[in-house]
Design a binder for this molecule. Structure first.
Ligand SMILES: Cc1cc2nc3c(=O)[nH]c(=O)nc-3n(C[C@H](O)[C@H](O)[C@H](O)COP(=O)(O)OP(=O)(O)OC[C@H]3O[C@@H](n4cnc5c(N)ncnc54)[C@H](O)[C@@H]3O)c2cc1C
Length: 498
């Protein structure tokens, strides 16, 4: 490659802190909040755009799935707090309420079955009777406001820096000592005892020298970029009624849209009956590659009018008055770089219900192998190899190419972010590093922050029924896929998410 030499120059130190979080998406925002609540007094949260939330707000990924399994809510903590804080704001959130999860009453099942993932499914060989699932649809602009509110409540300990782009770690040998950033003020430095890389694309850990993979593989959901847009003036009820009562409807829409758009795209419900979001998948695209990012933006925008016309003509009962409501202000990135951390999560962790001493999240998610039951995420999945003072929660965590599809979802980003924040706060308080942090203390604080954890005495004292319930349902492992994995000595092989 043709190169030029950049002249050496002195960089002003803008600030110094105990914990620097780079990236204010689901993971980074949660990390900063959790660190402050765990006692950290000097946290800086740096974000390249002018709002928090990343994919969840700016990318219009407005659906958070599977926070519960049977009658228990597993994904709690800061993730559940988003929704309980917004529940009384008209139009801000929609989904089965916490007090109704696990309900099997046909009246409620009928009410929610047309809203994706709000009712448990058996189509992957699971044994669950259809029941209500805590999956939440939300208005992204309301969430932006609420995420700011949460930060404002910790204004004494979190300094927010919008419109700042973390560009390079400051290294001393294998130790991260801070980050250089670029902004309208030019290039400056922030020094920090611990850095949390929550950029989603491993911008910091990749340059620090932490082992990682790049993920752009044909057919993988995580190797697809998107530019989400919303359609107004529709009736989602009429759309689902048409889908269920018209022979070949799904094929007609799925294949028709793919042909018209030139990539895979489908409407999904939103927090309102008269608005839907167009999810899309541009495969084999890397969200850390400029050419791929540019192509995603231009290809999707170029197709929007054709897609709208197709939906109006094909499904007039639902889309007759449809119009382009808005286009997400930022591109949707599912995955690019993935950490090869101290532990790499795999599909076998789901198929064997693996248990970890250093568990930091016990999450129900969309994985069909264990019937969407809870999986344990260990601290080592956000801990880089070889590099000190650095954590990496969120969609770029350490997971193989199959399991990343179930672990890069918003709840898992919030959950690993929350744990990273607590771990960093404990390390600072005890004068140690995040590698050597007292994990038992981290777990106890997470439980105090409303995070359910297995085999934890404090959590058992709060609610002893979780572990019994999970055992009673055999960890969700009565599915065909889990059986096959356990019968084959090598576990789950070659599994791909649609
Ligand atoms: C189209 C699409 C559909 C999806 N569907 C679902 C779904 O239905 N449900 C679900 O739960 N999940 C879904 N996902 C996945 C989920 O939205 C993301 O994986 C998750 O939101 C990522 O959170 P994060 O905080 O790890 O990363 P991000 O949301 O990407 O946040 C990273 C943040 O860091 C900032 N940043 C990046 N680099 C820098 C830098 N160098 N310096 C400063 N700031 C930086 C970014 O601006 C951003 O705010 C979907 C994703 C996409 C794209």
């Amino acid at each position: 490659m043709y190169t030029v030499i950049e002249a050496q120059r002195e960089i002003p130190v803008y600030d110094s802190c105990d914990i620097l979080v780079v990236g204010g998406g689901a993971a980074g925002h949660s990390a900063a909040i959790a660190a402050a609540r765990a006692g950290a007094k000097n946290v800086i949260l740096m974000e390249r755009y002018g709002y928090m939330g990343g994919d969840a707000t700016g990318g219009y990924v407005i659906m958070v799935p599977k926070l519960s399994w049977y009658d228990k809510s597993f994904v709690r903590g800061i993730q559940e707090e988003w929704f309980t804080r917004m529940k009384d704001i008209p139009g801000a959130v929609m989904g089965p309420s916490l007090d109704k999860i696990g309900w099997t009453d046909p009246i409620y099942i009928n009410q929610w079955k047309s809203i994706h993932d709000c009712v448990s499914r058996r189509d992957f060989g699971g044994t669950q009777e259809p029941c209500l699932v805590r999956s939440v649809y939300f208005e992204p602009n309301q969430l932006k406001i609420e995420m700011d509110n949460m930060l404002r409540e910790h204004a004494d300990s979190i300094k927010v820096m919008y419109h700042t782009w973390g560009v390079r770690p400051i290294m001393e040998g294998s130790e991260v000592k801070g980050v250089f950033f670029e902004s309208k003020e030019g290039r400056k430095a922030i020094l920090a005892k611990t850095v949390i890389d929550a950029t989603g694309d491993g911008d910091i850990y990749s340059q620090a020298g932490a082992p990682h993979h790049n993920l752009t593989e044909a057919g993988l959901r995580s190797s697809a970029t998107a530019l989400v847009w919303r359609i107004g003036g529709i009736s989602w009820d009429a759309y689902t009624h048409w889908m269920n009562s018209t022979e070949g409807a799904f094929k007609m829409v799925f294949e028709g849209l793919q042909k018209i758009a030139g990539y895979r795209t489908m409407p999904l419900p939103s927090n309102q009956n008269d608005i839907c979001w167009m999810n899309n998948w541009l495969y084999e695209m890397n969200s850390a590659n400029v050419a791929d990012l540019t192509q995603t933006e231009m290809k999707v925008r170029e197709s929007i009018r054709r897609v709208l016309d197709f939906l109006k003509e094909t499904i007039p009962c639902a889309f007759r008055d449809a119009f382009l409501y808005d286009i997400a202000p930022q591109l949707g990135a599912r995955c690019s770089r993935r950490l090869i951390g101290e532990y790499v999560m795999s599909a076998n962790d789901f198929a064997f219900a693996n248990q970890f001493e250093d568990v930091i999240a016990w999450h129900s998610t969309i994985c069909q192998i264990n019937d969407c039951g809870p999986v344990e995420i260990p601290y080592r999945a956000i801990l880089p190899q070889k590099i000190e003072n650095l954590l990496a929660p969120g969609r770029h965590l350490s997971a193989d190419k199959a399991s990343i599809d179930w672990l890069n979802l918003i709840p898992q980003c919030v959950g690993t972010g929350q744990a990273a924040g607590v771990a960093a706060a404990v390390a600072v308080e005890e004068g140690t590093t995040v590698r050597n942090v007292n994990i038992k203390k981290v777990q106890d604080i997470l439980v105090e922050q409303d995070v359910p954890l297995p085999r934890n005495d404090k959590f058992r004292a709060k609610d002893p029924t979780y572990e019994e319930m999970v055992k009673a349902h055999n960890y969700g492992l009565d599915t065909e896929m889990a059986r096959k994995a356990r019968e084959g000595a090598k576990g789950v092989q070659g599994y791909r998410q649609w």
